[in-house]
Design a protein around this ligand. Structure first.
Ligand SMILES: [Zn+2]
Length: 148
């Protein structure tokens, strides 16, 4: 059993603790670090699980990246892709909808692409989610090449 962050060998207890609390295999140091991130930002477990799945796929993700205004759940900085995990089911209000649209406008103006993924998709279709995000990264890379 190895830590999915630092590849350190971990024992049964560290494995059990990280799997029970985060659903990701981590050493006790990285379990502590991630729990601190969750405490500070209210990060969802799905964001943590997707972060490690993307890391394994070689996407170089960053967890809780500060974009200057707010913390983004997961960012892929080299293609300016921001990924937000939606954890709320309730109907969107019109105030929220216009706020979302304004946010989308600002991030597009700054060259960022933001995608919102419902947490249940990460929970039930983690590998498909990763595959699609990798496809988006490829597409963004191509677009950057075309512009430059
Ligand atoms: Zn570790």
């Amino acid at each position: 059993m190895t830590c999915r962050d630092c590849n350190k060998n971990i024992g049964y207890l560290a494995h059990k603790e990280s799997m029970d609390s985060l659903g990701v295999e981590l050493c006790s140091r990285h379990t502590r670090l991630i729990k601190k991130v969750i405490l500070n930002h209210g990060t969802s477990l799905e964001a943590v699980q997707l972060f490690y799945a993307l890391k394994e796929a070689g996407a170089n993700p960053m967890l809780e990246w500060w974009d200057g205004k707010k913390s983004v759940d997961i960012a892929i900085s080299r293609v300016k892709l921001n990924i937000e995990i939606d954890t709320e089911y309730k109907m969107i209000t019109h105030e929220q909808a216009i706020k979302d649209l304004e946010e989308a406008m600002h991030s597009f103006k700054n060259g960022f692409t933001t995608i919102k993924i419902p947490h249940v998709v990460v929970k039930y279709y983690l590998q498909d989610t990763v595959k699609n995000i990798l496809g988006i990264i490829e597409g963004l890379k191509e677009n950057i090449k075309v512009i430059k």
